[in-house]
Design a protein around this ligand. Structure first.
Ligand SMILES: [Zn+2]
Length: 345
């Protein structure tokens, strides 16, 4: 027999919203910083990741990209990140937001970033059976033209593993402003790339950001979206389009200061009939992992086993892989659910 928290941790999972640099372990981050002579404010992970708000976090997020320079750095982060997530949370499939713009400014080309990541993830897929896709993330701190130039690179190189565009960081005004990048999204759509966006997350964002991401950017999936519950009309729109929201319960507590309980916005999204899939977003920085997001996050919000299983399946429905891969994942998940249900005390 197993406890309910153990059951949640052992459920098979996908992860659709994690930023590549954030899948590093703190130990590897410090090791790579030493290798490249990057001075960190401290090498003590307990202090290094002591954020008080989103801006603080974003400063650390930016310099984490500084330690990724050689092909073997990218490959190692890719491979070891899968190995940890399988051990910590029974990961079966993952999509990574990779922001090429950070690396362009450090002199690397698109292929110098993407190829070693794909190599590391392919090696991990061979060893752990975890499939993957890559979401090229627009750096919202850069201009709309820079976003278009990045999407042009994605299209020109056509790496089959890069299946979508998304976002990271915030605009220089610390806003979300989805429509600023409308032209980049339109270009991506014309070339068959899927689309997701970070919206309705920050304190000054409104549910309108969800509407704009759906209606202007044409997103098939959305990241965060917590403020949607403030507007029933936008909830209705997202339900009608069957949008999957990638939500990050434990990861988001530090910046949002929301208590993880039955009144949490993610629980309200579930109760409103919205489809959520759970992710870590920035595991290293927020000292979380995929197992913990389910084990602590879902349990604290009072999510029952049937709903937790549906959340795991939402992570397949919302994935940007093909239908054959989704069917294989569903069969694998259902078999594991049966075995775990039999063990649940
Ligand atoms: Zn994110």
């Amino acid at each position: 027999m197993i406890s309910y928290p153990d059951y949640l941790q052992l459920l098979p999972k996908t992860e659709l919203h994690c930023h590549f640099a954030s899948t590093m372990s703190a130990q590897l981050f410090v090791e790579l910083a030493r290798k490249h002579g990057v001075t960190l404010p401290t090498e003590d992970p307990d202090v290094l990741f002591d954020f008080t708000d989103l801006r603080d976090f974003l400063v650390a997020f930016r310099y984490a990209h500084d330690v990724l320079r050689d092909p073997e750095d990218f490959e190692r982060v890719a491979y070891e990140g899968v190995r940890s997530a399988v051990a910590d949370g029974n990961l079966r499939y993952r999509e990574y937001a990779v922001n090429p713009q950070y690396f362009f400014s450090r002199g690397l080309t698109y292929r110098q970033v993407i190829d070693p990541i794909v190599a590391g993830l392919r090696a991990a897929e061979a060893d752990f059976g975890v499939g993957f896709g890559i979401v090229a993330a627009i750096n919202r701190r850069e201009s709309a033209d820079s976003a278009i130039a990045m999407v042009e690179q994605v299209i020109a190189h056509a790496v089959p593993e890069v299946v979508a565009i998304g976002q990271d960081d915030l605009t220089p005004e610390d806003t979300e402003d989805p429509t600023r990048f409308a032209a980049a999204y339109e270009l991506a759509a014309r070339h068959g790339l899927k689309r997701t966006a970070h919206v309705a997350e920050t304190p000054f964002a409104t549910p309108d950001a969800v509407r704009e991401a759906l209606e202007v950017l044409g997103c098939e999936r959305l990241d965060h979206g917590y403020r949607i519950v403030d507007d029933p009309a936008v909830v209705a729109l997202a339900r009608e389009r069957d949008v999957v929201f990638t939500v990050t319960p434990v990861s988001t507590t530090i910046c949002s200061r929301w208590t993880l309980d039955e009144g949490h916005r993610i629980r309200s999204m579930i109760d409103a009939g919205l489809r959520v899939a759970v992710s870590t977003d920035d595991a290293m920085f927020f000292r979380t992992d995929l197992g913990r997001e389910y084990r602590e996050g879902l349990a604290a919000m009072g999510v029952d086993a049937a709903t937790a299983k549906q959340i795991a399946l939402n992570g397949i429905d919302g994935a940007f892989c093909d239908e054959a891969q989704k069917a294989r994942l569903r069969a694998d998940f259902r078999a594991q659910f049966l075995a775990l249900d039999a063990l649940l005390a």
